[in-house]
Design a protein around this ligand. Structure first.
Ligand code: FAD
Length: 330
């Protein structure tokens, strides 16, 4: 056998490993780190090597201080400039390119949400790298697992690109926590930025309920609630349980609730400790967004509803009788 080949392959792998380093794009709002970023940092930690965090925007300096205390972060790169506000892809991409050039990370990561999904593909195209989207597991520094076909199959992908561009499914990784160390904070290089699109505004539904993506309990309603007033029952039960409110696409499309509540393939992906599906049939597109929940309770008047095949606890009954009773008893 030609051992020299194996040895050189091993040396190459070792060499690769010793140069491993990740750059994580930090999302933040109102001077607070977005919780999904904390999951992305854990994915970066599992890849191995030192982690740099990029914080951009007009209050980046303030956020950088908090990021510097997070376990695993070795360096925080700050671009304190209002041009980077609102995560506009045209502005952030040149910044990422400049940081990439200066730091030479082997992995660049962001959360698999509307921000990561609009920034990283542009960056990946510009550095001629194949993006690896929505990973749920790090096998090793080149190999990742991601769901495909609305979560009906898992694909293991191996990348030989020199820079791996990755978006991370938040619900599949724990959140990084503040540690005792404090990472170095440095200024990002200043790229030339020409932005042709403009941020006009946003309408955010604000409430006292926990955020859907990170809540421990989610109570979701489907088409069966029949009206906005019917959906109030779902909200009342959620409030009793300190839960976030979710919905099926049918409930959203019918106008019973806001579309920010949609759970599923084209909505939010959640994996709470407890998911209660009320009047939801269990279409695969809905299951794609909640099937990793730890305990699933389904309430449906049809004993053959597909959701019951996935549920840990099944309650066959009319939601208009069952839910008021639950609200009263809790
Ligand atoms: P239905 O399928 O109509 O089910 C209603 C259920 O309520 C039934 O099981 C019925 O038995 C039960 N019911 C009726 N009355 C009562 C009562 N009084 N008490 C108790 N139970 C009752 N869907 C999503 O949810 N999320 C997505 O992200 C999503 N993305 C999609 C993407 C694509 C490309 C496509 C094609 C579809 C997508 N859908 C999505 C739609 C999905 O296919 C289903 O149409 C949708 O999930 C159905 O919603 P539902 O379960 O509320 O309604």
């Amino acid at each position: 056998p030609d051992y020299s080949i194996k040895t050189s392959q091993r040396l190459f792998a070792l060499n690769q490993r010793s140069f491993l380093s990740s750059l994580v794009y930090i999302e933040h709002k109102d001077s607070k780190i977005d919780p999904s970023t904390l999951n992305t940092l854990v994915a970066a930690k599992q890849i191995g090597g030192p982690i740099s965090a990029l914080v951009a925007g007009s209050n980046a300096q303030e956020v950088a201080q908090a990021v510097s205390k997070i376990d695993g972060v070795e360096k925080v790169i700050v671009a304190n400039n209002p041009i980077f506000d609102h995560n506009l892809a045209e502005a952030i991409t040149p910044l990422l390119l400049a940081v990439q050039k200066a730091e030479n990370p082997t992995h660049v990561l962001a959360s698999h949400n509307s921000v990561g999904k609009r920034i990283l593909p542009r960056f990946a195209a510009l550095i001629d790298s194949q993006q690896i989207s929505d990973i749920i597991k790090v096998v090793d520094e080149t190999t990742f697992v991601r769901p495909i076909y609305a979560g009906n199959a898992l694909e293991t992908v191996q990348s030989s690109d020199s820079v791996k561009i990755i978006t991370v499914r938040s619900s599949s990784f724990p959140q990084a926590e503040a540690g005792s160390s404090s990472a170095a904070v440095s200024e990002a290089p200043t790229p030339e930025v020409s932005v042709k699109s403009k941020w006009i505004g946003e309408e955010v539904t604000k409430g006292d309920r926990p955020e859907l993506g990170s809540a421990k309990i989610v109570v979701s309603g489907g088409r069966a609630v029949k009206s906005k007033e019917g959906f109030d029952l779902i909200q009342k039960l959620a409030d009793k349980m300190g839960a976030a409110v979710g919905a099926s696409r049918a409930a959203v499309d019918a106008g019973y609730c806001d579309n920010s509540l949609q759970v599923g393939q084209t909505g939010k992906i959640v994996a709470p400790q407890l998911y209660i599906a009320i009047g939801i049939s269990g279409a695969i597109q809905h299951l794609a967004g909640m099937k990793d929940s730890k305990v699933i309770v389904a309430i449906n008047k049809d004993a053959d509803a597909p959701i019951f095949q996935l549920a840990d606890y099944s309650l066959v009954g009319d939601l208009f009788t069952v839910v008021p009773e639950m609200i009263e008893k809790i």
